[in-house]
Ligand binder design. Sequence first.
Ligand SMILES: Nc1nc2c(c(=O)[nH]1)N[C@H]1C(S)=C(S)[C@@H](COP(=O)(O)OP(=O)(O)OC[C@H]3O[C@@H](n4cnc5c(=O)[nH]c(N)nc54)[C@H](O)[C@@H]3O)O[C@H]1N2
Ligand SMILES: Nc1nc2c(c(=O)[nH]1)N[C@H]1C(S)=C(S)[C@@H](COP(=O)(O)OP(=O)(O)OC[C@H]3O[C@@H](n4cnc5c(=O)[nH]c(N)nc54)[C@H](O)[C@@H]3O)O[C@H]1N2
Ligand code: SF4
Ligand SMILES: [Mo]
Length: 727
Amino acid sequence: MQPLTFFQRMQRWLGFDIARTQYRYGKDARFGYISESRIADTWTKTTCGYCSVGCGMLVGTRNGRPVAARGNPDHPVNLGKLCPKGLSEHLMIEAAGRATTPMLRRGGRGTPLEPISWDKALEVMVTRIGSIQERFGNDSLGVISTGQLVTEEFYTLGKLVQLGFRSRNYDGNTTLCMASAVSGYKLSFGSDGPPGSYADMETADVVLLIGANIADNHPILCNRLRKKPGQMLIVVDPRVTKTAMMADLHLPVKPRSDIALVNGIAHILLRDGLVDREYIREHVEGLDEFVSFVADYTPEAVSATTGLTIETIEKVARLYGEAKSAFIGWTMGVNHSTQGAHTVAAINNLAMITGNIGRTGSAPFSITGQCNAMGSRESSFTSALPGYRKFDNPEDRKALAALWKIEEEELPTARGLAYPDIIEAAVKEQVKAIWIIATNPVVSFPNLNLLKHAFETTEFVVVQDGFYPTPTMDYADLVLPAAIWGEKEGTYTNSERRISKVNAFAVPPGEARSDFDIFLGLAERLGVKDRLFPGWSSTHDAWLEWQKVSAGRMCDYSQFTWQQIEDEGGKQWGGERLYGDGQFPRENGRALLHCVPCLPFVEQPNTEFDLILNTGRTVEHWHTRTKTGAVAMLDAMSPNAWLEMNPADAERLSLRQHDRVTVRSRRAYVRDVELRITGIVAPGQVFMPFHFAEQNSNLVTLGAFDPISREPNFKQCAVCVERSALK
Ligand SMILES: Nc1nc2c(c(=O)[nH]1)N[C@H]1C(S)=C(S)[C@@H](COP(=O)(O)OP(=O)(O)OC[C@H]3O[C@@H](n4cnc5c(=O)[nH]c(N)nc54)[C@H](O)[C@@H]3O)O[C@H]1N2
Ligand SMILES: Nc1nc2c(c(=O)[nH]1)N[C@H]1C(S)=C(S)[C@@H](COP(=O)(O)OP(=O)(O)OC[C@H]3O[C@@H](n4cnc5c(=O)[nH]c(N)nc54)[C@H](O)[C@@H]3O)O[C@H]1N2
Ligand code: SF4
Ligand SMILES: [Mo]
């Protein structure tokens, strides 16, 4: 027999071969080398619970236990392919470290968490929050949620927090993630909503990816590239990422010089007449001001700011301007900035002046992050009223109040505090209770020490998570064990607005309950169940109401049933693309050009802190590793944090490959990070993944936020690096 390749071994280890064989030859197919225990007796269709690509998958179970996963060959997003996280996702369900019972710190802070009953847990939660709200007002409760629940849960949670607990201070980790894209879309087009589809990536003549490392973070999207003959892939990223290695043209811009680049491209397009005058005349406003604004962004000036050559800038502008269809995708290299919302608006400018929007192959496309960041944007009642309704729009308020059969006055007239402002308010002791759902801020929030301070001064902290313990639970007074992906039913909406079905194939461990059941339990205790959720018992009840609430809105979910969504591999609200008619949801129906200056990032390096720290991700791990850290193979491939440093800097600092180093900023330091000396990062820059609680990059990152979107500037802060002293 031929020895197996590494890849085959990996597939076999994951049960992938078995899955394929069974799919072809039926579930009774048997092979000598396959252990019986890995052969599925049931296959459940579902959608991957990691990233926003939204791959369709089949999970095989045997006697109710997950034994295999494979890509759903009929799902239009991934056509049967999965990345390593999707392929191994079923393995985390039964991993050690799941939360199985509610826990309370009976004796207060400093005492251990101890198991209690659900009855007691819900009672404690409602009583403690009630007493805090009585003393300090309703808004003294802060709620921080996520992009990783099913839409039906987001919809339920929004009503529960805003109308049940009556606190406006409710936001999601999506503010650490997608908020700049949302704000940027609103600035340009009057509404959120990514205008294009993955199909547009495939059919575009030119694909420009800005601050998006899809090879690591949206791997299955890479299959959309390189299909169209002659397609040009241009990647803008200060690092030579795996995605940059795939590109025809990599533009290693200086950190945060993207706005200059984009304005410079606009300058050349206008100078050379590579714009769509008719489109602008019919559908865009603000041209005159824009033309005079970008006049200063000459190729020479842009070259000096970005570090790119004039020839490169001219070439990229020509490629973009001459393309019949041009697609711009971006992710956190754009959003994670104090100028994030404005950078998005500047990107949208390019699409507007060239008419690259609402056509096949053409879109300014925010690639979202979490599996259901979109569902949360649309239904969650955090930064907008559900269904992309505006807090301050009287018609929106009236319509929603009528749908919900409540008085209009019950609806808040403005959004409450955004995530970083909830933390700030906790530091100032204005927010006194915090409820955290499906997010792990102690690893993911910038400038950890301030966050810790916020939790320490908060009277009552509740953490609702599928795993136990998590680093955030160190600060919890109450822990609520939640069911996770694979144990609950509902829908996720992916980056291209595709609503896909999520199904349960396993039962939650111990006493863990779905977030939905926890929300209904709390509503019952609060005495609002019958008013807000009359007769509800399953997420399908929430779906039916959400369909009514979203009907006729841009994000209209009323068109499809759960069954249709499942049978057809998801359905896109708004169809394949938005704005095909050039009508934008602004008062005059036109999209607006914004004049966006390129400002230096907040914390510039100096002689003491001489390096710029960039943080991000790797393919094997998901965020704070509660899930991927529990999958042995993924963890073994990437077991610890590292720091990438250019050879020139390593030499200057007398550091050697694999040294253990300390990364220090003005705020704190992180010790014993493995040094990787590599040309992937430019001189003067270092890169570190943020996945590892043990070597937490967010000890050193900067708490600076976009004034519009409130998104943190995760991608640049000033640090110095030295060899760690021996302990
Ligand atoms: N494997 C894996 N996949 C994931 C996730 C995960 O944790 N692991 N998380 C998901 C989530 S929630 C998200 S939001 C996405 C994030 O997906 P990405 O945005 O692709 O991920 P990041 O690694 O955070 O950052 C992307 C790139 O921005 C670049 N960058 C830094 N500064 C700048 C700059 O000034 N200009 C430009 N142009 N680029 C810059 C970085 O070098 C980095 O390569 O991934 C999703 N997919
Ligand atoms: N330095 C730096 N920091 C960053 C970033 C960066 O690029 N650099 N990226 C930022 C971005 S884009 C993001 S999205 C955030 C992500 O940061 P987090 O949201 O903190 O990361 P996760 O690990 O996804 O946390 C999700 C938590 O929910 C739990 N969970 C999973 N499923 C369920 C469920 O169904 N119910 C419940 N109740 N719990 C569940 C998991 O166990 C986990 O503890 O990190 C941000 N932080
Ligand atoms: S690309 Fe994203 S959605 Fe697809 S399998 Fe990988 S993690 Fe899951
Ligand atoms: Mo994210």
